[in-house]
Design a protein around this ligand. Structure first.
Ligand SMILES: Cc1cc2nc3c(=O)[nH]c(=O)nc-3n(C[C@H](O)[C@H](O)[C@H](O)COP(=O)(O)OP(=O)(O)OC[C@H]3O[C@@H](n4cnc5c(N)ncnc54)[C@H](O)[C@@H]3O)c2cc1C
Length: 340
């Protein structure tokens, strides 16, 4: 548990931004984390601390003037089961997709639509990760987190987390206050398949599985994602840069009058969620490149680092995109990616 100084973070963020942490260390247990926090406070004056997972939802805009603590608490265990459910606890440093594969292999249903999302277990509740009609709130049971100031371990239930669309209590009132240590998921013994997304249906038709099961659905999701999303190992990115904005039904009808092809989905609360990618594309950004910062040629919602873009240039580009969308549609885009 060595604390290193002036540590390069390029390998630790999927945007591949070349920045340095003033201090850096890894921890594999709560005891190691507590020891690091105590020692670090003795060593430094500014107390800035960042818990890092897979670095797939972060944009570093400058060197980190504090300590970066890489979470490496691993392990996946079944902790309880009843007639309908299996409760599986995973360490926060476990890779998310490895956890999904564990569920698929053991026939624990519920996580299959979330296959291949980058990152680790510990960050999954931060923004209530979601894809293809499923969010982790649908399989979430509880989590344990260490309060970084008073070092209490707190248990959070589903209600405590206040999950919303790419949102949770950890991005709002408890921002930067907790290190998530582990998450317990409630998976189904009797699967209820969610194949409402057209792309999944189409891919299943291509795959022609012998039967519809979680293995077939996860394979369909893996195929779709591999074809659609840029691989961060090839081109730096953090997936969708912005959230899909929500507007009222009235506002949507007004926009539809002017832009008949605008893409929106009606929500349960009667508001309409717009496709942020469509709005960005209409403003002419798709495929845009300035030096090494750009907007992906196929996915306008994904900002990319073509090589050596400084994080600040990608951030500035995101501001320009936000402004043009605001000017053209009077819609405010909100970033999904955490700006550091
Ligand atoms: C190609 C690509 C596709 C993606 N597709 C999706 C998608 O379909 N759906 C989706 O929801 N997201 C998607 N994402 C975003 C990303 O994968 C998720 O947000 C993921 O959960 C981030 O995990 P991470 O471990 O990399 O988090 P990091 O980027 O390391 O951290 C994200 C935030 O969480 C905090 N954090 C991390 N771990 C902890 C912890 N243990 N305790 C407290 N705070 C912590 C960090 O400080 C930071 O603020 C995609 C990203 C990429 C690159």
């Amino acid at each position: 548990m060595q604390v290193q100084q002036n540590y390069p973070l390029k390998k630790y963020n999927t945007f591949g931004i070349e920045v340095y942490a003033k201090y850096f260390s890894k921890f594999s247990s709560i005891e190691e984390l507590e020891a690091l926090i105590i020692n670090y406070k003795l060593q430094t004056t500014n107390h800035k601390l960042l818990i890092l997972g897979g670095g797939s939802n972060i944009l570093f805009t400058k060197n980190y003037d504090g300590i970066v603590l890489k979470n490496a608490i691993s392990g996946i265990h079944t902790v309880h089961e009843d007639e309908d459910h299996i409760y599986v606890k995973a360490g926060a440093g476990t890779n998310w997709h490895q956890f999904v594969l564990h569920c698929i292999k053991n026939n624990f249903a519920g996580a299959e639509n979330l296959a291949l999302i980058p990152g680790n277990i510990g960050a999954s509740p931060m923004q209530n990760i979601g894809a293809y009609g499923v969010e982790i709130k649908d399989i979430f049971h509880s989590l344990e987190a260490l309060h970084l100031m008073d070092k209490r371990v707190v248990n959070f239930t589903l209600n405590d987390c206040e999950f919303g669309y790419r949102d949770s209590v950890f991005k709002k009132k408890y921002k930067d206050q907790f290190a998530i240590l582990n998450v317990t998921f409630r998976l189904n013994k009797k699967p209820q398949y969610n194949i409402s997304y057209g792309a999944i249906k189409e891919e299943l038709e291509n795959l022609q599985p012998m039967e519809l099961n979680i293995q077939a659905i996860s394979q369909a999701v893996i195929n779709i994602r591999s074809n659609k999303l840029p691989d961060p190992n090839i081109i730096g990115n953090a997936g969708s840069f912005f959230k899909n904005p929500e507007i009222s039904e009235h506002e949507f009808h007004e926009l539809k009058r002017i832009y008949p092809h605008i893409v929106g989905y009606t929500l349960n609360n009667a508001n309409v969620k717009l496709a942020a990618g469509w709005l960005i594309e209409q403003c002419g950004w798709k495929g845009f490149r300035r030096r090494d910062a750009g907007c992906h040629a196929d996915q306008a919602l994904v900002l990319v680092n073509y090589g050596n873009a400084p994080g600040k240039e990608i951030y500035d580009l995101s501001n320009e995109i936000k402004q043009t969308v605001k000017d053209k549609f009077d819609v405010e885009l909100e970033r999904e990616v955490n700006i550091i």
